[in-house]
Design a protein. Structure first.
Length: 266
């Protein structure tokens, strides 16, 4: 529901980074030929196609050929993780995921801005009715990381995006190798998040298998214990950084951003 250059959000973040780190090059990714398309694509463009488009943009940008740091907000955090896993050239050096739903989300996703709230309501109803049908999976972004803990088999078999990048239908060693090449993988969790269910998904945790009440941290998930993505090895090497910030989804102060996240870009 956002766009690359919204002066209240991504455009604002771009300006802060450019101001605080003089001479830095910042690319705010736009998917589509204009801001309206960019916003619409965040709902309706297959996430796999979005990742391919971003990989093409990054590979074609001469400023980035020596490597780059990536920062993604909400679903952008998990989409950039897919970029890290699938597109090692140019190399992603550090990944900062701000409220990214890495184990998926069940009953909610970030509120749409302003007058798009009716669209959010329609999307939620659609997801409730048929998140794992092919038509919804192919054409509704939020369905592609819809992770229902009570329908794990449906999720694994039919999720066309998240179950793939989380290695839940087989092991792609290239995904693992590429992710492990990161210097740091920084995950920000909003401690009072009401948008992502469960909020611990932002730190790669999820519900304990077979129910939807008790959650477990990353370190107790099979993704970690079987080390399907290399996260266990990265954790032991000090490459995983878990940050918590008080507030609801994507609510943080400029001071917190400056002191906590900017050092990873310098």
């Amino acid at each position: 529901g956002d766009s690359c250059c919204n002066p209240q959000s991504m455009g604002y973040i771009k300006k802060i980074v450019e101001k605080r780190i003089p001479g830095i090059y910042v690319l705010s990714l736009k998917i589509g030929s204009n801001l309206i398309q960019d916003m619409e694509n965040s709902f309706f463009m297959n996430a796999n196609d979005q990742v391919r488009e971003v990989c093409s943009q990054l590979a074609g940008d001469p400023h980035l050929k020596g490597g780059y740091n990536a920062m993604g907000f909400s679903q952008g955090g998990q989409f950039l993780r897919a970029v890290a896993q699938r597109c090692p050239s140019p190399p992603m050096l550090n990944l900062i995921s701000v409220g990214g739903q890495h184990q998926g989300s069940v009953y909610g996703f970030p509120r749409c801005p302003g007058e798009s709230s009716h669209l959010c309501d329609w999307i939620r109803r659609t997801l409730d009715l048929g998140a794992y049908t092919q038509a919804v999976q192919e054409h509704l972004v939020q369905a592609e990381y819809w992770h229902d803990p009570l329908r794990e088999e449906d999720y694994r078999k039919n999720s066309i995006f998240l179950s793939d990048i989380n290695q839940e239908r087989g092991i792609n060693e290239t995904y693992k190798k590429n992710l492990m090449a990161l210097k740091k993988f920084v995950m920000v969790k909003f401690l009072n998040d009401t948008m992502v269910d469960p909020p611990i998904s932002e730190w790669f945790g999820f519900y304990r298998p077979g129910q939807a009440k008790e959650t477990i941290p990353l370190q107790e998930t099979s993704l970690y214990t079987e080390d399907r993505l290399g996260l266990q090895q990265m954790d032991r090497a000090g490459k995983l950084v878990f940050l918590g910030v008080k507030g609801d989804h994507l609510h943080f102060t400029e001071q917190w951003f400056d002191t906590t996240l900017l050092p990873f870009l310098q």
